[in-house]
Ligand binder design. Structure first.
Ligand code: FPP
Length: 245
């Protein structure tokens, strides 16, 4: 693992990639055109993270609620994911990126599920950047699936209830082996979390930008990281205590 050399570089960044539809609308093109343009921004951010030594990057590509979108948009997004997997995995692999999908993957059609599994297996031992793509994912789902695992362990007699504390619970949540989320970025102007990484957001710094996702690039990422570097992270302590530490 490339360790983050500079303490002001976040170890783990999570991004809600919003604004593809509006970007396309402004160009009188279908929403799928915006999603497709969003791929370039994904490449930019991956490159930026590799350069800066960010260890983990988690992208919200498809929420559990996105199935409610018009059928043609959902199907265009699925096609896009398949094409992106076919085209991008080689380069991600050669750049040392470990790819992981988080969310309820069984809801996707067999060929897409298969491609995700193949990409995860193929890149599993890479450690330059841990890239996680949240698909059919919701932060509440993650907490509920962790609670279920805890309940099963208790019901089987493998775990006393008193042993369930924050650290133990954390182990059942997605991404538990990665550093906690340091920086949450949302593009597209809205200032909400939209059910992304709820458990992992506890101490993350929040950064919102009006830039629409297809326009987000390495310079935009740098602005977000610079903003993060100016924040004082106190984790419940006083400013004086942090300064002394
Ligand atoms: C939200 O914008 C974006 C999505 C639901 C899809 C995100 C997908 C990509 C960026 C495609 C590339 C990703 C990968 C991992 C290959 P929106 O449609 O809600 O935008 P709007 O708010 O302007 O309507």
């Amino acid at each position: 693992m490339t360790t983050t050399e500079h303490k002001h570089v976040p170890r783990h960044i999570g991004i809600v990639m919003d604004g593809n539809g509006r970007w396309a609308k402004a160009r009188h093109r279908p929403r799928s055109f915006g999603h497709n343009a969003g791929r370039k921004a994904v490449r930019e951010v991956v490159e930026g993270c590799l350069r800066q030594g960010v260890e983990s990057l988690t992208l919200f590509a498809f929420s559990s609620e996105n199935w409610l979108r018009p059928e043609d948009e959902v199907s265009a997004l699925m096609d896009l994911f398949v094409r992106a997997l076919d085209k991008e995995v080689d380069e991600l692999h050669s750049n040392g990126v470990r790819l992981r999908f988080i969310g309820e993957l069984d809801a996707f059609e067999e060929p897409l599920q298969k491609r995700m599994l193949v990409a995860m297996k193929r890149t599993a031992s890479n450690d330059k950047l841990h890239m996680n793509i949240a698909v059919n994912y919701g932060g509440r789902w993650d907490i509920v699936q962790a609670a279920r695992k805890a309940a099963i362990a208790v019901a089987r007699g493998d775990l006393p209830v008193e042993a369930i504390d924050e650290a133990a619970f954390n182990r059942w949540t997605c991404l538990s082996e990665l550093p906690p989320l340091d920086l949450f970025i949302r593009t597209g102007g809205d200032r909400r979390v939209s059910n992304f990484l709820l458990w992992q957001l506890a101490y993350a710094e929040l950064y919102f930008t009006d830039t629409l996702w297809p326009d987000f690039n390495q310079v935009s990422l740098q602005h977000a990281i610079d903003d993060f570097a100016r924040r004082e992270r106190r984790f419940g302590r006083t400013g004086d205590q942090v300064a002394q530490a």
